[in-house]
Design a protein around this ligand. Structure first.
Ligand SMILES: [Zn+2]
Length: 165
């Protein structure tokens, strides 16, 4: 493994630890040439998942985009980003395990998100569901959520929800 500091190719492993719920191994390394310390992760190579949008166009599933959208959707719902990251982990895992053709519709991803949110936060669930009808793909999803969060507070659906939850 090439040293990020001096590009020397030999390093020694100081520590190996299971990470990401056992799905990867984290290694702390030290460069044999300059003693620079760095971290590497080893994980099983996964096949990219293709998302088919309602329009029929395709894009590669991007977990960062999904997480970004979820974080926005769940603002002020009391859900920690770490909790949302585990939601995305779970969805990605399900997609990897269940998809033989590695193609999934954006609607199916939306359903998986709703299923996860329904177990952890009613407010987040309803908020996500309120934008879900316009869900065309992950980027459209993010754009929709952004427009939702830019609306004045008194017009947001979660204002009313907060009052009853
Ligand atoms: Zn080095």
């Amino acid at each position: 493994m090439q040293c990020p500091s001096c590009q020397h190719t030999d390093s020694r492993v100081l520590e190996s630890r299971s990470a990401d719920g056992g799905r990867s191994v984290r290694r702390r390394r030290e460069c044999l040439h300059c003693d620079f310390r760095f971290t590497t992760y080893e994980r099983v190579e996964t096949v990219p998942i293709t998302v088919v949008k309602r329009t029929g166009s395709r894009e590669i599933f991007n977990r960062s985009k999904l997480l970004h959208g979820l974080v926005r959707a769940c603002e002020k719902t009391g859900l920690e980003p770490a909790r949302l990251e585990s939601v995305v982990d779970e969805i990605e895992l399900q997609l990897q395990q269940q998809r033989h053709g590695r193609e999934v519709s954006s609607a199916e991803i939306g359903e998986l998100v709703l299923q996860q949110l329904s177990e952890i936060s009613e407010v987040a669930y309803v908020r996500f569901a309120s934008v879900y009808r316009q869900f065309q793909g992950i980027s459209d999803f993010v754009a929709t959520l952004e427009s939702l969060t830019r609306r004045p507070a008194h017009k947001r659906p979660d204002g009313a929800l907060a009052a009853v939850s």
